[in-house]
Design a protein around this ligand. Structure first.
Ligand SMILES: [Zn+2]
Length: 263
């Protein structure tokens, strides 16, 4: 126990030691990563773990970092920060929304839902792969406009009070669904995580660029209770960066990227 305390104390008292894991990065990436890691709201322990992961595979990090940077340059909204601290404007509407209706390998729970084109394309690939393994992906909610979120949130506040409503739903402007890249699958209940589709998504969604936004045990970081059904499309490159270096926590990755100089 004593040695643990000494180690932690020594690490946090010396910035050079703390950032040692970043030293093998190319200088341009190292400077950006260092700044962004300090700016993002990541606790010291988790920041230390992230830096340690980067240190284990600096060249792998550099490759993914550059790829994700390219994704952001081409499509800034794909990795845009939207959470309880950063809201979208009320008039933000994605320009490339497409209908989910039609002959696709997924099932929709109702007609008229939409997603951004790159998110639907990835959903189609993912649903095909799921179907090949005998799993059916059911889309229960997709793009939600600012005005629709006003209705959803007001109804939740009325039913459960403001504090609980904020744990389970986003105030208008703060929902990832307004980005047109978030999907709620299946029953939208905790049981979904234990269904065949829920388990399949948990194991495979990242390969198709989808990321579980509000993981179990991370409410203090994300601001939301665990939602086994809510995935956001962030691109396969960003999903890999999140998985390999950001402890699987999308909030960390997004805050890190938002703190970089914007391309
Ligand atoms: Zn959702």
């Amino acid at each position: 126990m004593l040695s643990l305390i000494l180690t932690v104390g020594a690490a946090s008292s010396c910035a050079a030691q703390k950032n040692k894991g970043l030293s093998a990065l190319p200088p341009d990436i190292r400077a950006q990563a260092q700044t962004a890691l300090s700016a993002a709201a990541i606790g010291d322990a988790d920041r230390g773990r992230i830096i340690e992961e980067i240190g284990k595979d600096a060249s792998g990090f550099a490759v993914l970092f550059r790829e994700v940077h390219d994704v952001m340059k081409k499509d800034p909204d794909l990795l845009r920060r939207v959470d309880k601290k950063v809201a979208l404007p009320a008039d933000f509407v994605p320009s490339d929304l497409v209908s989910l209706d039609g002959a696709f390998p997924y099932v929709v729970s109702k007609k008229g839902m939409q997603l951004r084109a790159p998110a639907r394309a990835a959903l189609v690939h993912m649903a095909e792969a799921a179907r090949e393994e005998g799993k059916t992906l059911v889309v229960s909610s997709a793009y939600r406009s600012y005005d629709y979120q006003v209705t959803v949130f007001a109804r939740n506040v009325q039913e459960m009070g403001k504090i609980e409503a904020e744990r389970v739903s986003a105030p208008p402007g703060m929902s990832q669904h307004q980005l047109g890249t978030a999907i709620d699958f299946g029953s939208i209940t905790d049981e979904f995580g234990d269904t065949a589709a829920g388990r399949w998504l948990s194991a495979n969604a990242g390969k198709f660029g989808f990321s579980l936004s509000f993981p179990r045990g991370r409410e203090a970081i994300t601001g939301y209770r665990w939602e086994s059904w809510h995935y956001r499309y962030i691109s396969p490159q960003a999903a890999a960066l999140q998985e390999r270096f950001f402890l699987g926590v999308q909030q960390y990755l997004i805050e890190f990227l938002a703190a970089l100089p914007q391309p």
